[in-house]
Design a protein around this ligand. Structure first.
Ligand code: GTP
Ligand code: MG
Length: 209
């Protein structure tokens, strides 16, 4: 898929205030600093459209970006920021959880995991929570440029193997880098295929009626 047009729509403090409508949404979620905003910039080829920071906890609201006037990329606040106050942590987690469970237009959440580290407990808990709440997701490993090429596959396999201890099977996963743009085409093509599959489903329902 080619991205021709990217428009920042607005930032919202909670799910109930997000735009109403029928356009498909693809959200980016993961630990603070994992690279959610950077990945959105990389996918859209727009440096700086989503705000990036070396300090964790930069994204604090639900940010909507409209793509090709037909679907949304959604940048969410991170979870697990150790230095956030307890109240802030709880409010982040409430924002994320209500967004993920209340948006009927959410087609898929990309859960981002830093490829450099072993699976963290908080990521496992979050992925298991998505499963328990029927949130459709896919995993994106970030920052692949920060490790050697020969380390990419072993690191991915270690994390996947760990997750398979509590999952029978997992949705597709992707390896990405905001620096080298690794993963850009695969992730955009996957989004495209998810949108196409759902429009086929809708048409099928119309035919069946
Ligand atoms: P919060 O909004 O605070 O939750 O963080 P975030 O997940 O949106 O992370 P963000 O995109 O702000 O990136 C955090 C830091 O990691 C920044 O310093 C980025 O430049 C860096 N970073 C993100 N992705 C990559 C990547 O693929 N490669 C490298 N080398 N650095 C990256
Ligand atoms: Mg961010």
């Amino acid at each position: 898929m080619k991205i021709k047009d990217v428009t920042f729509i607005a930032s919202y403090p909670k799910a109930s205030e997000c735009p109403e409508g029928v356009k498909p949404e693809f959200a980016f979620i993961g630990r603070s600093n994992v690279g959610k905003s950077s990945l959105i910039n990389m996918l859209t080829n727009k440096k700086g459209i989503a705000k990036v920071s070396v300090t964790p906890g930069k994204t604090q609201l639900i940010n909507f970006f409209e793509i090709n006037e037909s679907w949304y990329l959604v940048d969410l606040p991170g979870y697990g920021y150790a230095r956030a106050s307890k109240t802030k942590k709880e409010s982040f987690s409430k924002i994320i959880r209500s967004y993920l469970t209340q948006r009927s237009t959410l087609y898929l959440a990309f859960i981002l995991i830093d490829i450099r580290h072993p699976l963290q407990a908080i990521d496992r808990e979050f992925i298991d929570w998505c499963g328990a709440n029927s949130v459709p997701f896919s995993i994106v490993f970030t920052k692949s440029d920060k490790i050697g090429r020969s380390q990419v596959s072993p690191n991915v396999q270690t994390i996947i193997k760990e997750l398979l201890k509590s999952w029978n099977e997992l949705p597709p996963h992707f390896v990405s880098s905001a620096e080298t743009k690794e993963g850009q085409k695969d992730i955009l093509d996957y989004i495209s295929s998810v949108i196409d599959a759902s429009s086929i489903e809708v048409n099928q329902e119309v035919i069946n009626e």
